[in-house]
Design a protein around this ligand. Structure first.
Ligand SMILES: [Zn+2]
Length: 429
């Protein structure tokens, strides 16, 4: 957080006439496979391809023109590819580039309320730099795409439209919530006299997806307390239809049985958080193909902050346990799950939180390849990305981690290299 504090102290508000500051550049961005017809070969000690199946040993990955053209046994010498062989990665594990399916780029993981307040009031130019740092934090942990869940001033969307860095940013702009209910910190209500669907139709912000808030936050003092839905089924179904007319999907913030039931019945794209949604909703989600983004790490972060500050962490810990139980049911029931951290929430740091969230999935019974499947292919599906799998025909977008699979997910702190569409973003010394 000290880095962010330094940035906020350093940056003085600019007049609108001032030239915008350049985006921070990813270090050592090296084109190793471009449009020159050159190919590259990676000898992976272990490969986790993103499908959720078993780990493969000693695989030769060949990429050309930014895409994967073949996977062979490491000892094979495939013909027809005069490939540049990259440094020896035979002691490394290769996984697809990760997707964090729920972030708030304008917020930081600091638990310091004063600091969070300053961030919320900071100028666009300051926030733009903060977002640049957050995106670098994501890349440093192997995250190549993020799905932003909204901010009160829509700065992440504004930034995303001018950003040409390596991490793909999909942004909701400002979320929609009902007047007088939770959501002011990440969005706005429909304008006076407008219904939700009407407001969505009239809005012309260039968003990548929509975010609707349909419940309150989880209580951290009263275990299992549920809040009433913000929108009913008729309103939510009309919103899904209005979004579809604009070619957009909807991510719905929903905790508790009734808010989730409405969002699932309206067949929104994903349920965000879903604490205390219950077994029936999990079964409906599996049947309807609605994705769940459980953001478990938010609750372990609250428990940790409470322990550190002398507050009672019991409700947060019990809520965490309940969410892990729901995850175990979701896995058995075949609910499609995408990993999302809600980074920017107190104690949830951009990039690093992916490691904690993956650990939570594994605590609930997901194998490492299954957890990686949630953090790659299922996230890519939510944002319509071609990446998320290491197989021929897909972009050569992958993360190379030191050591074997047993070092994961912790090993994401020691990334050897990240490639995006065949372009090496960095190589650790
Ligand atoms: Zn969120």
């Amino acid at each position: 957080m000290s880095l962010l504090s330094r940035i906020l102290n350093r940056v003085t508000p600019r007049s609108s006439a001032a030239a915008p500051a350049p985006w921070p550049q990813a270090p050592q961005s090296i084109r190793v496979s471009g449009g020159d017809g050159g190919a590259l070969t990676i000898r992976a000690g272990w490969l986790i391809d993103g499908r959720g199946g078993p780990v493969r040993r000693n695989v030769r990955i060949v990429a050309k023109d930014g895409g994967i053209v073949g996977l062979w046994d490491a000892s094979a010498e495939p013909e027809g590819f005069a490939a540049e062989v990259l440094p020896d990665y035979s002691g490394c594990t290769v996984i697809p580039g990760l997707v964090d399916s729920h972030v708030h780029l304008t917020l930081s993981g600091s638990a310091d309320e004063e600091f969070r307040k300053r961030l919320r009031a900071a100028s666009y130019e300051s926030i733009r730099r903060v977002i640049g740092d957050h995106l670098q934090d994501h890349l440093n942990h192997g995250v190549v795409a993020v799905r932003d869940g909204g901010g009160t001033r829509g700065y992440a969307l504004r930034c995303a439209r001018g950003y040409s860095g390596p991490v793909r940013v999909c942004a909701a702009g400002r979320a929609w919530h009902r007047e007088g209910r939770y959501g002011r910190l990440i969005g706005r209500p429909p304008g006076k006299g407008l219904g939700l669907a009407e407001a969505i139709r009239q809005d012309d912000e260039p968003v990548d997806h929509l975010k609707i808030v349909n419940s309150g936050l989880n209580s951290l003092t009263e275990y299992g307390k549920q809040s009433a839905p913000q929108f009913d089924l008729r309103q939510m179904s009309a919103a899904v239809k209005a979004a579809a007319e604009r070619g957009l999907s909807i991510m719905v913030h929903a905790n508790g049985a009734e808010p989730v039931r409405i969002a699932v019945a309206a067949v929104c794209r994903s349920i965000e958080h879903g604490f205390f949604m219950g077994k029936d909703n999990l079964a409906r989600m599996a049947d309807q193909g609605v994705t769940w983004v459980p953001t478990v790490v938010t609750m372990s972060a609250y428990a940790r902050i409470f322990e550190q500050t002398g507050r009672n962490p019991d409700v947060a810990l019990r809520t965490l346990d309940h969410q892990l139980e729901q995850l175990a049911i979701a896995r058995l029931r075949g609910v499609r799950l995408a990993l999302g951290t809600d980074s920017g929430s107190p104690g949830v740091d951009h990039g690093a939180a992916v490691i904690e969230e993956m650990k939570h999935l594994m605590q609930a019974g997901y194998s490492l390849p299954e957890a990686i499947h949630c953090a790659t292919l299922n996230g890519a599906r939510l944002i319509g990305g071609e990446f998320g799998l290491i197989e021929p025909g897909r972009p050569a977008t992958f993360v190379i981690v030191e050591g074997g699979p047993s070092t994961l997910p912790e090993g994401l702190r020691k990334i050897r290299a990240v490639f995006i569409c065949g372009i090496k973003q960095f190589e650790a010394g």
